[in-house]
Design a protein around this ligand. Structure first.
Ligand SMILES: *Cc1c(COP(=O)(O)O)cnc(C)c1O
Length: 359
């Protein structure tokens, strides 16, 4: 157990940064005054945990992460609640998923209870950075990188775990509105047996080409199809996807190629609570098109921490345009968006114990 001892020392920044304009935050453009770091090596396990001034790492150019991408991350948010409270939404799910990612990438597991405590300490210290306005939050980015200097392809002997925080604006700064989605039938995101279910940097590096190409064509995001038949729907950008067909909420199953989203799980749970039929099953793009044509598809939306819910108004597939709900936000997407945000701000009952209070 000694290896899991985590004493966090605090080194306060001498000068605090000027806070950015809360109306111009965007996503991931500003970082707070402090970060959490801790190191791992074979002899000591996790050690040297500290909250220290936000700043550069010094890495050997041979650091293994720079060559073979042994890296994982997470993303969650801290929200301002009533009475100046600070709340996290299902943070243990993020830390447990982080450990699942660590396992797959042959990296050391983190002691989740202690890391949650340390994360809360960091967020409390940075509480003045949490934006107040509806939809805005403090985005928390835990990550781990292989730092050992060596060029062999094998698990590294040394790692840094860190958490940085970034105040982010409302995802829908101009209002909650449906997106145009490009159905990608050339590039793929993940294959069975690969790392599609892991939050590891390489997945995102590999997705940039398809994403920028779709943006040049005027779309917001890419809809990924399965790598074998280019037929089954997987995910949308870095979100999970849902379809309302014949009053049943359908989402692709967690088969190893998609990310097990916490928002996805939240949507499935809330829909069940509300008496809506849900189904995790494989669904093809052809089924979606047919359902759009015969009117049985009434809504489509993505789910993820960044946007919470992002309604889909249109799919572009090959030469065709498929419109969903006349290009407007559907009632379920709207209800989920409103209710999840209420929950996250502590303004709704929390029967599933999803909220963790920092302050
Ligand atoms: C993070 C992520 C999601 C969404 O997960 P949440 O836990 O809901 O934020 C979905 N797909 C991909 C590829 C992701 O990286």
């Amino acid at each position: 157990m000694l290896k899991n001892e985590l004493d966090v020392t605090l080194h306060r920044a001498e000068n605090l940064k000027e806070k950015p304009d809360q109306r111009q935050l965007g996503f991931g453009n500003y970082f707070t005054d402090h970060m959490l770091t801790m190191r791992w090596n074979k002899e000591q396990g996790w050690h040297d945990a500290k909250i220290e001034p936000y700043g550069n790492f010094s890495l050997d150019p041979a650091a293994m992460v720079l060559h073979y991408s042994q890296e994982i991350f997470e993303g969650l948010k801290a929200y301002c609640g009533a009475d100046d409270s600070v709340l996290l939404f299902r943070p243990m799910d993020n830390l447990n998923r982080f450990n699942d990612s660590a396992e797959r990438m042959c990296m050391p597991r983190i002691p989740t209870d202690k890391v949650l405590q340390a994360m809360k300490g960091l967020i409390y210290l940075e509480r003045d950075w949490i934006p107040q306005s509806q939809g805005a939050a403090l985005y928390i980015r835990p990550a781990m990188i292989a730092t050992e200097a060596a060029l062999g392809v094998r698990p590294a002997d040394e790692y840094i775990f860190f958490i940085i925080c970034s105040p982010v604006g409302a995802y829908y700064a101009e209002g909650f509105s449906p997106t145009r989605i490009y159905v990608e039938d050339e590039y793929v995101r993940a294959v069975q047996g690969g790392v599609g279910n892991v939050k590891t940097g390489g997945n995102y590096a590999a997705s940039i080409k398809a994403h920028t190409t779709s943006q040049q064509k005027g779309y917001t995001q890419v809809l990924w199809l399965d790598a074998v038949e280019r037929k089954y729907i997987e995910e949308v950008g870095t979100s999970n996807i849902f379809f309302m067909i014949n009053d049943e909420l359908v989402t692709p199953p967690l088969g190893g190629t998609i990310l097990p989203g916490i928002t996805r799980d939240t949507v499935l749970q809330l829909a069940a609570d509300w008496g809506i039929a849900t189904c995790e099953r494989r669904i093809t793009i052809d089924e979606v098109i047919a359902a759009a044509e015969d009117g049985s598809l009434t809504e489509a939306f993505g789910s993820g921490t960044a946007a919470v819910i992002s309604p889909i108004g249109e799919f572009g597939y090959k030469e065709n345009t498929i419109t969903v709900n006349k290009g407007k936000t559907g009632p379920l997407a709207q209800r989920l968006f409103d209710d999840i945000q209420c929950l996250q701000r502590g303004a709704a009952a929390d029967p599933h114990d999803w909220i963790v209070r920092v302050k």
